[in-house]
Every structure is written in C-alpha cells, then in structure tokens.
Ligand binder design. Structure first.
Ligand SMILES: *[C@@H]1O[C@H](CO)[C@@H](O)[C@H](O)[C@H]1NC(C)=O
Ligand SMILES: *[C@@H]1O[C@H](CO)[C@@H](O)[C@H](O)[C@H]1NC(C)=O
Length: 134
C-alpha cells in the first residue's frame, strides 16, 4: 500500500510537470461552445483524508456536441485562488463525468474547492481535507 501510494504520488508529480510545460489556455474564455459542467462530488460537507482516493463527479447531460476543449484538468482552489501547483487529475475526457483522484496533503483548517477545467473552469462547493496517511 505504501509503495503504491508513492507510485501514485510520483505519477501525479509527473502529470503536474507536464501541465506546467503547457501554456495556459486563455482562448477558452472566449469559446462559443463552452461547456461548464456542474461538479456533483465533492459537495458541501464532504471530508477527504489526504492520501485516500475519491471519485470526483460532474454532470455531462448538457455537454454540447462539439466541445472546444474536452481534455479535463482538476486543481484545488482556495478562495479566489486556483492552486496550479496542485494538480489532482489531468488528461481525462471531460465527457466521462467522473475521474478518480488522490486527496493531496495540504494545510488543514482551510476550505477547499475543486476547479474542473475543460472548456472553462467550474468550481465545486467548498469541502474539507484532513490529514490521513500522507
Ligand atoms: C460539430 O463539428 C462537426 C465537425 O467539425 C460539424 O460538422 C458539426 O456541424 C458540428 N456540430 C455542431 C452542433 O456544432
Ligand atoms: C500552492 O500554491 C498556493 C497558492 O499560491 C500556496 O498557498 C501553497 O502554499 C502552494 N503549495 C505548495 C505545496 O507549494
């Protein structure tokens, strides 16, 4: 379990490195077929244990036929600030409606939300991350 966790962590780090290598996509702001899927999990009152895995979910019913950018990314957000240094998931299809992520080790006592990027950033309600086994 320990080495698996380490493996996943390394994988996530690699993903982060890849994401950093890409230019941030500003064109989404002006896209026509913008798909802003509501995040359904985590919701208000959700508590995550750092190190544990969870399935983030969002609605895909309203997805337009042609999505400008269907490659999804998930980051943490605190207040008005998206933490680009904390990539929870990337490279998945925004039409999937779900992706498994590992709760990161982050300072406790802060309200976090998730930003789901595809076409456009969409925020989950605020939830809590507490110390687990990371
Ligand atoms: C979606 O894209 C295809 C191929 O570019 C195009 O033929 C089609 O008309 C588009 N559909 C909509 C609803 O925009
Ligand atoms: C990530 O970025 C946020 C906001 O800039 C910062 O508060 C936080 O300390 C950073 N975390 C790490 C691990 O660098």
């Amino acid at each position: 379990m320990k080495s698996f966790t380490t493996f996943v962590f390394i994988l996530l780090s690699l993903f982060s490195a890849l994401v950093y290598a890409l230019p941030l996509n500003e064109r989404n702001v002006e896209a026509r077929d913008v798909f802003v899927p509501p995040v359904t999990y985590p919701h208000q009152g959700t508590i995550w244990l750092a190190g544990a895995h969870y399935d983030v979910t969002w609605e895909t019913n309203d997805a337009p036929v042609n999505i400008t950018n269907s490659i999804g990314q998930i980051y943490l957000r605190v207040g008005e600030e998206t933490w680009l240094n904390t990539t929870l998931a990337s490279g998945f299809n925004i039409r999937d409606g779900t992706v498994r992520v590992q709760a990161p080790k982050v300072p406790t006592g802060i309200d976090y939300s998730l930003v789901l990027f595809g076409d456009s950033g969409n925020f989950s309600p605020e939830f809590t991350i507490i110390n687990g086994w990371l």
